[in-house]
Design a protein around this ligand. Structure first.
Ligand code: SF4
Length: 326
Protein backbone atom coordinates (compact mmCIF):
# COMPACT_ATOMS: atom_id res chain seq x y z
CA UNK A 1 0.00 0.00 0.00
CA UNK A 2 1.22 3.48 -0.84
CA UNK A 3 2.31 5.81 1.94
CA UNK A 4 -0.23 8.61 2.21
CA UNK A 5 1.19 12.10 2.55
CA UNK A 6 -1.19 14.84 3.66
CA UNK A 7 -0.60 18.30 2.24
CA UNK A 8 -2.55 21.21 3.76
CA UNK A 9 -4.13 23.31 1.01
CA UNK A 10 -2.90 26.54 2.54
CA UNK A 11 0.09 28.92 2.76
CA UNK A 12 2.98 27.63 0.59
CA UNK A 13 0.68 25.16 -1.20
CA UNK A 14 -0.28 27.87 -3.70
CA UNK A 15 3.34 28.62 -4.54
CA UNK A 16 5.02 25.20 -4.41
CA UNK A 17 2.45 22.42 -4.72
CA UNK A 18 3.77 21.07 -8.07
CA UNK A 19 7.20 20.66 -6.53
CA UNK A 20 5.96 18.84 -3.41
CA UNK A 21 3.49 16.67 -5.30
CA UNK A 22 6.01 15.55 -7.91
CA UNK A 23 8.63 14.77 -5.30
CA UNK A 24 6.38 12.53 -3.23
CA UNK A 25 4.77 10.82 -6.18
CA UNK A 26 8.17 10.06 -7.68
CA UNK A 27 8.91 8.26 -4.44
CA UNK A 28 5.76 6.19 -4.84
CA UNK A 29 3.64 8.06 -2.26
CA UNK A 30 0.03 9.08 -2.57
CA UNK A 31 -0.90 12.70 -1.98
CA UNK A 32 -3.96 13.55 0.07
CA UNK A 33 -4.81 17.23 -0.15
CA UNK A 34 -6.99 18.89 2.45
CA UNK A 35 -10.25 20.20 0.90
CA UNK A 36 -10.63 23.74 -0.41
CA UNK A 37 -11.07 26.16 2.47
CA UNK A 38 -14.62 26.19 3.79
CA UNK A 39 -16.45 27.33 6.90
CA UNK A 40 -15.71 24.09 8.75
CA UNK A 41 -11.95 24.40 8.14
CA UNK A 42 -12.04 28.03 9.18
CA UNK A 43 -13.83 27.16 12.43
CA UNK A 44 -11.35 24.36 13.15
CA UNK A 45 -8.44 26.74 12.54
CA UNK A 46 -9.86 29.48 14.73
CA UNK A 47 -10.38 26.92 17.51
CA UNK A 48 -6.86 25.43 17.27
CA UNK A 49 -4.62 28.42 16.57
CA UNK A 50 -3.47 31.06 19.02
CA UNK A 51 -5.79 34.04 19.14
CA UNK A 52 -3.46 36.65 17.76
CA UNK A 53 -2.31 34.60 14.74
CA UNK A 54 -2.98 36.06 11.29
CA UNK A 55 -5.89 34.56 9.42
CA UNK A 56 -3.75 32.48 6.96
CA UNK A 57 -2.02 30.80 9.91
CA UNK A 58 -5.39 30.06 11.53
CA UNK A 59 -6.61 28.56 8.27
CA UNK A 60 -3.46 26.45 8.04
CA UNK A 61 -4.28 24.95 11.45
CA UNK A 62 -7.75 24.11 10.13
CA UNK A 63 -6.34 22.40 7.05
CA UNK A 64 -3.91 20.35 9.14
CA UNK A 65 -6.70 19.24 11.49
CA UNK A 66 -8.87 18.24 8.54
CA UNK A 67 -6.21 15.67 7.54
CA UNK A 68 -6.33 13.95 10.90
CA UNK A 69 -6.95 10.21 10.58
CA UNK A 70 -6.64 10.25 6.77
CA UNK A 71 -2.90 10.07 6.15
CA UNK A 72 0.34 8.43 7.32
CA UNK A 73 2.29 11.70 7.48
CA UNK A 74 1.56 15.39 7.22
CA UNK A 75 4.03 17.37 5.16
CA UNK A 76 4.90 20.49 7.09
CA UNK A 77 8.11 22.00 5.71
CA UNK A 78 10.03 24.54 7.71
CA UNK A 79 10.52 27.02 4.91
CA UNK A 80 13.54 29.26 5.32
CA UNK A 81 14.16 30.23 1.74
CA UNK A 82 13.26 28.87 -1.67
CA UNK A 83 15.64 31.08 -3.63
CA UNK A 84 19.23 32.24 -3.45
CA UNK A 85 18.64 35.72 -2.03
CA UNK A 86 20.93 35.66 1.00
CA UNK A 87 19.15 38.25 3.14
CA UNK A 88 15.57 37.14 2.54
CA UNK A 89 13.57 34.48 4.38
CA UNK A 90 9.94 33.52 4.77
CA UNK A 91 7.94 35.34 7.42
CA UNK A 92 8.85 34.15 10.95
CA UNK A 93 5.42 32.52 11.27
CA UNK A 94 6.35 30.14 8.45
CA UNK A 95 9.55 29.30 10.24
CA UNK A 96 7.80 28.47 13.48
CA UNK A 97 4.86 26.68 11.92
CA UNK A 98 6.00 23.08 12.55
CA UNK A 99 6.51 23.94 16.25
CA UNK A 100 3.09 25.58 16.48
CA UNK A 101 1.44 22.50 14.97
CA UNK A 102 3.49 20.04 17.04
CA UNK A 103 2.38 21.85 20.20
CA UNK A 104 -1.31 21.30 19.42
CA UNK A 105 -3.20 19.09 21.77
CA UNK A 106 -4.48 16.93 18.91
CA UNK A 107 -3.67 13.43 17.82
CA UNK A 108 -2.01 14.17 14.49
CA UNK A 109 -0.04 11.75 12.30
CA UNK A 110 3.77 12.21 12.32
CA UNK A 111 4.93 15.44 10.74
CA UNK A 112 7.52 15.64 7.95
CA UNK A 113 8.96 18.94 9.10
CA UNK A 114 12.32 19.19 7.35
CA UNK A 115 14.06 22.47 6.82
CA UNK A 116 14.17 23.92 3.30
CA UNK A 117 16.81 26.49 2.59
CA UNK A 118 18.01 27.29 -0.92
CA UNK A 119 20.00 30.39 0.09
CA UNK A 120 23.33 28.76 -0.70
CA UNK A 121 22.05 27.06 -3.82
CA UNK A 122 20.52 23.85 -5.05
CA UNK A 123 22.89 21.59 -3.15
CA UNK A 124 21.83 23.05 0.17
CA UNK A 125 18.19 23.06 -0.93
CA UNK A 126 18.42 19.34 -1.66
CA UNK A 127 19.12 18.59 2.02
CA UNK A 128 15.49 18.96 3.13
CA UNK A 129 14.31 16.65 0.35
CA UNK A 130 17.02 14.17 1.20
CA UNK A 131 15.95 14.05 4.86
CA UNK A 132 12.37 13.33 3.84
CA UNK A 133 13.38 10.64 1.34
CA UNK A 134 15.60 9.05 3.97
CA UNK A 135 12.77 9.00 6.52
CA UNK A 136 10.59 7.30 3.90
CA UNK A 137 13.42 4.76 3.36
CA UNK A 138 14.47 5.62 -0.19
CA UNK A 139 17.94 5.49 -1.67
CA UNK A 140 20.05 8.54 -2.34
CA UNK A 141 19.68 8.13 -6.10
CA UNK A 142 15.91 7.71 -5.97
CA UNK A 143 15.66 10.87 -3.85
CA UNK A 144 17.96 12.79 -6.17
CA UNK A 145 15.89 11.83 -9.21
CA UNK A 146 12.63 12.74 -7.46
CA UNK A 147 14.18 16.09 -6.48
CA UNK A 148 15.24 16.88 -10.03
CA UNK A 149 11.81 16.04 -11.40
CA UNK A 150 10.23 18.13 -8.64
CA UNK A 151 12.31 21.15 -9.65
CA UNK A 152 11.31 20.63 -13.25
CA UNK A 153 7.60 20.45 -12.36
CA UNK A 154 7.95 23.68 -10.40
CA UNK A 155 9.69 25.34 -13.35
CA UNK A 156 6.86 24.31 -15.70
CA UNK A 157 4.26 25.59 -13.22
CA UNK A 158 5.93 28.98 -12.93
CA UNK A 159 6.21 29.15 -16.71
CA UNK A 160 2.46 28.64 -16.93
CA UNK A 161 1.78 31.38 -14.37
CA UNK A 162 4.02 33.77 -16.30
CA UNK A 163 1.70 33.24 -19.28
CA UNK A 164 -0.98 34.93 -17.17
CA UNK A 165 -2.72 31.80 -16.07
CA UNK A 166 -4.02 32.16 -12.50
CA UNK A 167 -2.80 29.82 -9.78
CA UNK A 168 -6.19 28.10 -9.47
CA UNK A 169 -6.46 27.64 -13.23
CA UNK A 170 -2.91 26.35 -13.55
CA UNK A 171 -3.42 23.77 -10.80
CA UNK A 172 -6.76 22.65 -12.26
CA UNK A 173 -5.12 22.31 -15.68
CA UNK A 174 -2.15 20.35 -14.37
CA UNK A 175 -3.92 18.06 -11.92
CA UNK A 176 -7.65 17.97 -12.68
CA UNK A 177 -7.51 17.72 -16.47
CA UNK A 178 -9.31 21.05 -16.96
CA UNK A 179 -8.76 23.02 -20.16
CA UNK A 180 -7.11 26.41 -19.98
CA UNK A 181 -9.60 29.09 -20.92
CA UNK A 182 -8.53 31.67 -23.46
CA UNK A 183 -7.46 34.85 -21.64
CA UNK A 184 -9.88 37.74 -22.16
CA UNK A 185 -8.42 41.23 -22.22
CA UNK A 186 -10.93 43.57 -20.63
CA UNK A 187 -10.61 47.31 -21.02
CA UNK A 188 -9.51 47.71 -17.40
CA UNK A 189 -6.39 46.07 -16.00
CA UNK A 190 -5.82 45.84 -12.24
CA UNK A 191 -2.87 44.47 -10.35
CA UNK A 192 -4.35 42.26 -7.64
CA UNK A 193 -1.52 41.87 -5.20
CA UNK A 194 -1.10 39.98 -1.99
CA UNK A 195 0.37 36.77 -0.64
CA UNK A 196 -0.61 33.78 -2.79
CA UNK A 197 -2.51 32.19 0.10
CA UNK A 198 -4.60 35.34 0.52
CA UNK A 199 -5.34 36.06 -3.14
CA UNK A 200 -5.84 32.50 -4.42
CA UNK A 201 -7.72 30.94 -1.52
CA UNK A 202 -11.18 31.47 -3.00
CA UNK A 203 -12.91 31.29 0.38
CA UNK A 204 -10.61 33.79 2.08
CA UNK A 205 -10.48 36.29 -0.78
CA UNK A 206 -14.18 35.73 -1.57
CA UNK A 207 -13.02 34.81 -5.06
CA UNK A 208 -11.80 38.29 -5.86
CA UNK A 209 -10.26 37.21 -9.18
CA UNK A 210 -13.57 36.06 -10.62
CA UNK A 211 -15.52 38.90 -9.03
CA UNK A 212 -13.29 41.34 -10.93
CA UNK A 213 -13.66 39.47 -14.20
CA UNK A 214 -17.42 39.70 -13.88
CA UNK A 215 -16.99 43.48 -13.55
CA UNK A 216 -14.99 43.62 -16.78
CA UNK A 217 -11.53 43.84 -15.23
CA UNK A 218 -8.43 41.80 -16.13
CA UNK A 219 -6.80 40.80 -12.83
CA UNK A 220 -3.01 40.52 -12.88
CA UNK A 221 -1.36 38.87 -9.89
CA UNK A 222 2.14 38.84 -8.44
CA UNK A 223 2.70 35.20 -9.46
CA UNK A 224 2.28 36.20 -13.11
CA UNK A 225 5.50 38.21 -13.01
CA UNK A 226 8.52 36.00 -13.69
CA UNK A 227 11.32 35.90 -11.14
CA UNK A 228 13.62 37.55 -13.68
CA UNK A 229 11.26 40.50 -14.06
CA UNK A 230 10.79 40.74 -10.31
CA UNK A 231 14.55 40.78 -9.79
CA UNK A 232 14.84 43.72 -12.18
CA UNK A 233 12.34 45.70 -10.07
CA UNK A 234 14.32 45.05 -6.89
CA UNK A 235 16.97 47.48 -8.15
CA UNK A 236 14.48 50.33 -7.81
CA UNK A 237 14.09 49.89 -4.06
CA UNK A 238 16.60 51.31 -1.57
CA UNK A 239 16.64 47.95 0.20
CA UNK A 240 14.97 44.57 0.23
CA UNK A 241 12.32 43.63 2.72
CA UNK A 242 13.16 40.63 4.89
CA UNK A 243 10.40 38.32 3.71
CA UNK A 244 10.08 36.36 0.48
CA UNK A 245 6.41 36.94 -0.31
CA UNK A 246 6.52 40.60 0.80
CA UNK A 247 9.32 41.21 -1.71
CA UNK A 248 7.34 39.44 -4.40
CA UNK A 249 4.36 41.70 -3.78
CA UNK A 250 6.19 45.03 -3.69
CA UNK A 251 8.31 44.16 -6.73
CA UNK A 252 5.23 43.04 -8.65
CA UNK A 253 3.57 46.35 -7.73
CA UNK A 254 6.50 48.25 -9.27
CA UNK A 255 6.41 46.05 -12.37
CA UNK A 256 2.69 46.59 -12.93
CA UNK A 257 2.97 50.33 -12.25
CA UNK A 258 5.95 50.97 -14.51
CA UNK A 259 5.83 48.33 -17.22
CA UNK A 260 2.13 47.51 -17.55
CA UNK A 261 0.65 50.86 -16.54
CA UNK A 262 -2.27 49.19 -14.82
CA UNK A 263 -5.46 51.17 -14.22
CA UNK A 264 -5.51 50.38 -10.52
CA UNK A 265 -3.97 48.36 -7.73
CA UNK A 266 -5.82 46.20 -5.23
CA UNK A 267 -3.83 45.00 -2.27
CA UNK A 268 -5.39 41.96 -0.63
CA UNK A 269 -4.06 42.03 2.87
CA UNK A 270 -4.50 39.41 5.57
CA UNK A 271 -5.91 40.57 8.88
CA UNK A 272 -3.33 40.24 11.64
CA UNK A 273 -0.33 40.28 9.29
CA UNK A 274 2.64 42.27 10.59
CA UNK A 275 4.65 42.50 7.32
CA UNK A 276 1.57 43.63 5.40
CA UNK A 277 1.35 46.86 7.40
CA UNK A 278 4.61 47.91 5.74
CA UNK A 279 3.91 46.41 2.31
CA UNK A 280 0.52 48.12 2.12
CA UNK A 281 1.98 51.56 2.85
CA UNK A 282 4.86 51.04 0.41
CA UNK A 283 2.53 50.13 -2.46
CA UNK A 284 0.29 53.08 -1.66
CA UNK A 285 3.27 55.47 -1.74
CA UNK A 286 4.64 54.02 -4.99
CA UNK A 287 1.20 54.32 -6.63
CA UNK A 288 0.92 57.92 -5.43
CA UNK A 289 4.37 58.77 -6.73
CA UNK A 290 3.30 57.66 -10.21
CA UNK A 291 0.50 60.16 -10.67
CA UNK A 292 -1.86 58.80 -8.05
CA UNK A 293 -2.61 55.45 -9.66
CA UNK A 294 -5.84 54.36 -7.91
CA UNK A 295 -5.12 52.07 -4.98
CA UNK A 296 -7.37 50.17 -2.63
CA UNK A 297 -6.55 47.87 0.23
CA UNK A 298 -8.89 45.00 1.02
CA UNK A 299 -8.33 43.30 4.33
CA UNK A 300 -9.55 39.72 4.58
CA UNK A 301 -10.36 37.93 7.80
CA UNK A 302 -12.71 35.32 9.23
CA UNK A 303 -15.64 37.73 8.95
CA UNK A 304 -15.09 38.90 5.37
CA UNK A 305 -18.33 38.68 3.41
CA UNK A 306 -18.71 38.52 -0.36
CA UNK A 307 -21.26 41.36 -0.44
CA UNK A 308 -18.97 43.76 1.44
CA UNK A 309 -16.00 43.10 -0.83
CA UNK A 310 -18.17 43.25 -3.94
CA UNK A 311 -19.53 46.69 -2.96
CA UNK A 312 -16.04 48.06 -2.43
CA UNK A 313 -14.80 46.59 -5.71
CA UNK A 314 -17.76 48.00 -7.64
CA UNK A 315 -17.17 51.45 -6.16
CA UNK A 316 -13.48 51.24 -7.07
CA UNK A 317 -14.22 50.16 -10.65
CA UNK A 318 -16.87 52.89 -11.08
CA UNK A 319 -14.51 55.53 -9.76
CA UNK A 320 -11.83 54.52 -12.29
CA UNK A 321 -14.30 54.44 -15.16
CA UNK A 322 -15.48 57.95 -14.22
CA UNK A 323 -11.90 59.21 -14.09
CA UNK A 324 -11.33 57.84 -17.57
CA UNK A 325 -14.34 59.65 -18.99
CA UNK A 326 -13.29 63.03 -17.59
S1 SF4 B 1 3.38 37.17 6.02
FE1 SF4 B 1 1.63 37.91 7.22
S2 SF4 B 1 -0.10 36.71 6.51
FE2 SF4 B 1 1.76 35.62 5.91
S3 SF4 B 1 2.18 34.20 7.56
FE3 SF4 B 1 3.35 36.04 7.97
S4 SF4 B 1 2.05 37.27 9.32
FE4 SF4 B 1 0.75 35.71 8.35
Amino acid sequence: MKTKIGIPRALAYYAYYPMWKTFFEELGCEIVLSPETNKEILDLGVKEAVNDACIPIKLFHGHVSSLQGKVDYIFLPRLISMNTERTVTFCPKFLGLPDMIAALDTDLPPLLDMRFDFKKGKKQGFKGFYEIGKQLKHSYWAIKKAFQNALHAQYEYEKLLAQRVTVQEALAYLYEGKELSKPVDYSLKFAVLGYPYAVHDRFLSVDIINQLRKMGVTPLTADMVSSKRLAAQAQKLPKDLFWTFSNQVIRAALYYLDEEKVDGIIHVTAFGCGPDAMVDKLIELEAKARGHVPFISISVDEHTGEAGVQTRLEAFVDMIKLRREQ
